[in-house]
Design a protein. Structure first.
Lengths: 448, 448
C-alpha cells in the first residue's frame, strides 16, 4: 500500500489527550459562566452561503476567508460568530424574545499568514445581548462582570478590563474641532503605546490640532483620573456629555455586579473597530503579559444586522479568542498542571486473564458515577500498572481470584500508594469522596 | 443599504434556542457517558489536507467531499471522524498509551443530495479503542454497554443492539463453498428485509449455492436461536469456529457489563461496511421506528491506519450520527418537552428604573450558582413578566423600593404562582433546592 505522511495543517491546533483535557476545562468554564449569566446557547453552521457571510462586505476579512464552490453553490467558512448571529436574529426575529441573550462557542476560519500563536482555525466564545429597537445601557455594565468571572474561574487574577465609550471620544474630538477626522485621530491615538506621546502629538498637529489642542487631548486621554478630567468638561459639548453619562452609568453598576475595583479601569485611549462599535468598548489585558494584547474585547453597536433587515437591532457583546488564549496560557505556564487529565478516575486491573469479575466491578463503579476503564489486554501485571501510570490515573481497582472469591476489590491510591480491600460499592464511595474533596488533585472545573 | 436575504443552507441544522438546549442536553449525555467509560476527548481540525483525508481513497465519499484550494493548498472538510483518528494515532503513536481510548464529538461534512432528515453538516459522536499490534476481544463487549447506557440516559428504552461477527459470516460462507464471493453473498443477504427470503434464495442460487446450500445458509441466518444453530456446526470449519468463539466471548460479558438481555440480540444478517470491519459488528434499531434504520453502528477492524503507517493498529468503535438521531427524536415526539429549556433559572425584575439593587441581587444569586438574568429594559412591569413567560423562566425575583429598603426580594415561582418574600440568599437556596429536586421540571441531564 502506498503510504501518505499523516500531518495536520499549519495554523490548526490539535492537542494530545492530556492537553486537550485542559482545553476542554477552559471551554467548560466559558460555557458555565455564560450560562450563569442567563445566555442561551446557539449553534450555527460553519459553512454559509458566501453571499450571506459577505453581505456586510469588507476588507481584510474578505481576503482571509475560505471560500469555495460545491455544485453551483458559492460557499464560505465563517470567519467570526457575529455575522452568523446577525443572520440568525434577522431570520428568527419573530420567534425570539428580546433582549435576546445568546452565547456561541465554535470554530471560525481565517486564512491568515501562519505564524507562531496565530491560528487559521480557532475557537471563539461570544456573548451578545440584542435589543429590539433599543437596549438599556445596563447591559453594557454586565460585560465586564462576565469577563471578570470568566478570568477568575480560569484561575487568573492579574488582569485588567479597560473600558471606554466611543461617544466620549467622538464628543472630545468634536469639542476639540476634529470631529470630521475621527478615523485619522483614532489611528494616531492608537499608536500612543507604540511610538510615544511626542510623536502622536506631532501627528495630531498635522491633522489640524493646533494651538495646544493636541496636548489638551493627550492630557485628557492619559489623565490619572480620566472621569475627573471628563467631568471638568461637563456642559461644554452635548455629545461629550452623553458619552460621559453612559460611561458613568456603566462603571457605576460594576461594584454592584461584583467586579472588584482592581479588575477594571476607564482607559480613554482604546477604541476597537472603527466602523462597528458606537458606544461602550472593552479590552482585557493580562497585566504580566502586555505584549500579547487584548485577550477579550467587545463593545456596543447600534445596528447588528442592517445588511439583512430593516429592524433596528442594537446590541452589546464580547468575544474571547479561546484557542489563542489557551496557547498563551500554555506558553506562559499559566495552566494548572496539577489538575487531573486522566481519562478515568479508576482503572480496573484483573490479575488473571478472565475479565468477567473485572467488568462487573467496573459496571458497579460506573453506576456510582466513577469514570472507569478496565484493562483487558492479556499482559503482565507490571505492564497493566505502567499503563495506569502513563495515563496518570488516580486509582487502580485490583481484582484477582482472592478478591473475586471474597466479593471485594483491592483499591489502590496510585498517588499515595496506599491500598485497602473493600467491597466495590465502598471503593466507589472512597473514589467519589476523593473526587469531591476540595483539596482533590483531580479534575476541577473551578481552576484550570 | 442593499439588503441580502438572510438564509441558512439546506441540509445544515440550525435550531431555535429552546430546541438547541435539548440538542445540547443530548450532546451532554454522550459526553458524560463516554467519559464514564474512560474515553479521552480529542479535537481534530474540520479542515485537513485533501491528500491526507483521501489517503484511503474511495468511492462515494470522494464524490460527497467538500474540497477546495486556498493559496496553493488542496484542502477538504472532514467527512467522518475515523480518518482524522487514523491520522492522529499514526502521527502521535509514540506519545499515546495503548490501548488508546478516545472519543470525539464534532461536525463532519458530506455534500449529499439534500433531502428530509439528511444533513450535509452533522455531528458525529465516536468512540474507539485502538490496540498496538493487538486488542483483546473484551473491548468489543464494551461497545454494546456504552450504546445501552447512552440510549437509556437519553430516555429511550425501546431499542435493540444487534450484534454479529464478520468472521462468523466468512466462516459460514467458506463452509458452504462461497468463500470467494463474500461480497456478492453479503449484498444478497443485505436485501433480506427488503425483498424477502425467496428472492434472496434465488440470488444465492445464482451465485452457485445449489443443492440446498442457499436454504441451509438462510436457515442459519434466520434461526430463532442463532448461537445454537452455529454451535451445531462446531468443528466443521476452523474459520467459523474462531468467529463463533469471538461472538461467545463478546455476548458472554454483556450481563456482567450490565446490558439487559432485552436490549441486545445476535443477528447473523448484519454485516456493515464490507471493506472495513473484520470482526464484531453492531447496529442499533429503535424498535418502534424500524424504518429509520440503525441509529448507532460500529465494529472491529484489523487495521486503522495502514495508509499512514506500518504500525498494525487494530481497533473497535462505534459512531452515532447525532444530528440525524436528534432529528428523528424530534420528529417522533421522543424529546422530553417538560425539561427546562429556559436560559436562566431566575429573572430578576426591578419594579422601578434603577437597576442597582437588582444587579446586586443577581450577583448574589449567581454567586450561589443560580443561572440569573436581570431584566434591565425600562418597560412596564407587565412586559417584564411577559418576557419571563416567553422564555419559560421558572422563577422571577421581584425587587422594588420596599424590598430594597427591607433588604429582601420577592421570589415568585412562575409555574405555581406562589410567592415568598425572603433575603436573597434564601431565595437562592430555594431555587437551588428546586433545581436539585428529583421531581424538578428543570434541566435534567438524565432524561432528554
Amino acid at each position: 500500500m502506498q503510504r501518505i505522511t499523516p500531518r495536520t495543517l499549519s495554523g490548526f491546533m490539535e492537542l494530545l489527550p492530556a492537553r486537550q483535557a485542559q482545553m476542554d476545562a477552559v471551554l467548560d468554564v466559558l460555557r458555565e459562566t455564560y450560562e450563569l449569566y442567563g445566555f442561551a446557547a446557539i449553534d450555527t453552521p460553519a459553512v454559509e452561503a458566501a453571499e450571506v457571510l459577505l453581505a456586510k462586505g469588507g476588507g481584510e476579512t474578505e481576503k482571509q476567508i475560505y471560500r469555495f464552490t460545491k455544485g453551483d453553490s458559492d460557499l464560505a467558512l465563517r470567519f467570526d460568530l457575529t455575522v452568523p448571529l446577525a443572520k440568525y436574529v434577522a431570520m428568527n426575529y419573530g420567534q425570539l424574545a428580546f433582549p435576546f441573550r445568546r452565547y456561541q462557542i465554535g470554530k471560525v476560519y481565517r486564512g491568515e499568514r501562519a505564524q507562531r500563536g496565530r491560528f487559521r482555525e480557532f475557537y471563539q466564545a461570544d456573548i451578545d445581548v440584542i435589543g429590539d429597537g433599543k437596549l438599556d445601557i445596563a447591559s453594557d455594565a454586565e460585560m465586564p462582570a462576565v469577563i471578570c468571572d470568566v478570568f477568575r474561574r480560569l484561575g487568573l487574577e492579574r488582569f485588567c478590563i479597560r473600558i471606554n465609550d466611543r461617544k466620549v471620544l467622538n464628543g472630545l474630538f468634536a469639542y476639540l474641532g476634529v470631529g470630521g477626522q475621527t478615523g485619522a485621530v483614532m489611528t494616531a491615538i492608537d499608536k500612543l503605546e507604540k511610538i510615544g506621546r511626542e510623536k502622536v502629538s506631532a501627528l495630531l498637529t498635522d491633522l489640524g490640532m493646533t494651538d495646544g489642542r493636541a496636548d489638551e487631548l493627550l492630557d485628557i486621554l492619559s489623565a490619572p483620573d480620566p472621569m475627573g478630567a471628563l467631568e471638568a468638561l461637563a456642559g461644554k459639548c452635548p455629545a461629550l456629555d452623553e458619552g460621559v453619562a453612559e460611561l458613568k452609568a456603566v462603571t457605576g453598576l460594576l461594584p454592584g455586579l461584583g467586579v472588584p475595583d482592581d479588575k477594571w479601569r476607564v482607559d480613554l485611549t482604546i477604541a476597537r473597530g472603527l466602523d462597528y462599535y458606537t458606544g461602550t468598548v472593552y479590552e482585557t489585558q493580562l497585566l504580566d503579559y502586555p505584549e500579547v494584547g487584548s485577550v477579550c474585547s467587545g463593545g456596543r453597536y447600534d445596528d447588528l444586522a442592517g445588511y439583512y433587515t430593516d429592524k433596528k437591532l442594537p446590541g452589546v457583546g464580547l468575544s474571547i479568542g479561546v484557542t489563542r488564549l489557551f496557547y498563551i496560557l500554555q506558553e506562559q505556564g499559566l495552566l494548572n498542571e496539577a489538575i487531573l487529565t486522566a481519562p478515568c478516575d479508576a482503572l480496573v486491573i484483573p490479575l488473571g486473564d478472565d475479565p468477567l469479575y473485572a467488568v462487573r466491578c467496573a459496571a458497579a463503579l460506573r453506576a456510582a458515577g466513577v469514570r472507569t476503564q478496565v484493562y483487558t489486554e492479556k499482559r503482565k501485571v507490571k505492564a497493566k500498572f505502567a499503563y495506569a501510570d502513563k495515563l496518570a490515573v488516580p486509582y487502580a481497582v485490583v481484582v484477582g481470584e482472592d478478591e473475586q472469591a471474597a466479593g471485594v476489590v483491592g483499591l489502590k491510591d496510585l498517588r499515595s500508594g496506599s491500598q485497602v480491600t473493600v467491597p466495590v460499592e465502598e471503593a466507589a464511595a472512597i473514589v467519589k469522596r476523593s473526587l469531591n474533596d476540595p483539596a482533590r488533585p483531580v479534575k476541577e472545573k473551578e481552576r484550570i
